[in-house]
Design a protein around this ligand. Sequence first.
Ligand SMILES: Cc1cc2nc3c(=O)[nH]c(=O)nc-3n(C[C@H](O)[C@H](O)[C@H](O)COP(=O)(O)O)c2cc1C
Length: 215
Amino acid sequence: MEDNPRFFDLVGQVRAMRRLKPDPVPEDLLMKVLNAGVQAPSGMNSQPWSFLVLREAEDKQWFAERYKAAIESRFGGFSFADEDDSPLARQFRALQYQMNHMQECPVLLIVCGLRDWPFKVPEAERVGLAPPNYGAIYPCVQNILLACRAVGLGTALTTMHQVFEEELMERFQIPVEYGVVVTMPIGYPMGRFGPVRRRPAEEKTYFGRWGNTTS
Ligand SMILES: Cc1cc2nc3c(=O)[nH]c(=O)nc-3n(C[C@H](O)[C@H](O)[C@H](O)COP(=O)(O)O)c2cc1C
């Protein structure tokens, strides 16, 4: 089979894009992205994802206020000097920008997953609500990240909604069979996609036995 070099370029440029323009995202482009998402595999092909698309200013404002409060409750004490140009300081500033402008993103995508007990939890211990089947949703989310990049849209996977998930579900009438897995502000990016910074697989791989770095 022929190699696809464009895929290998693209996969290394799927950065969290937190500074987004308010320009509208056409519905057909969004559906193209979501249709790439649903090509993902899932156990028994159960396809346990559902999407909620928020575009109304009032809805995004509601979400943005709670998102900001959630971040401030967890990371309120952090700060970096203006001249600090370290990756952590830059990421922190991007997170702050995202937090302060969440309501301006043209699309706020809420990715939900059906609840399902992990195999390892015995029947007798299955009390209350199961968690959403995270493992089945993340391949779909990764496809969405890749598809956004491929069509020139920026997004970042966010999870701070967990702090106010019950309220979120109630407001948007998400049925209890589902949980919210990630929330993704989507829009055209202000900056460049640029390359991601990751340790090479060679540093993360063992052969035959844990710790053995030679094959
Ligand atoms: C499980 C998970 C949770 C994440 N939660 C958030 C989040 O709440 N807010 C956010 O802005 N980014 C979030 N991210 C994105 C990461 O912060 C980001 O991918 C990572 O720092 C690497 O940055 P890069 O993608 O720009 O290279 C999350 C990513 C994953 C996989």
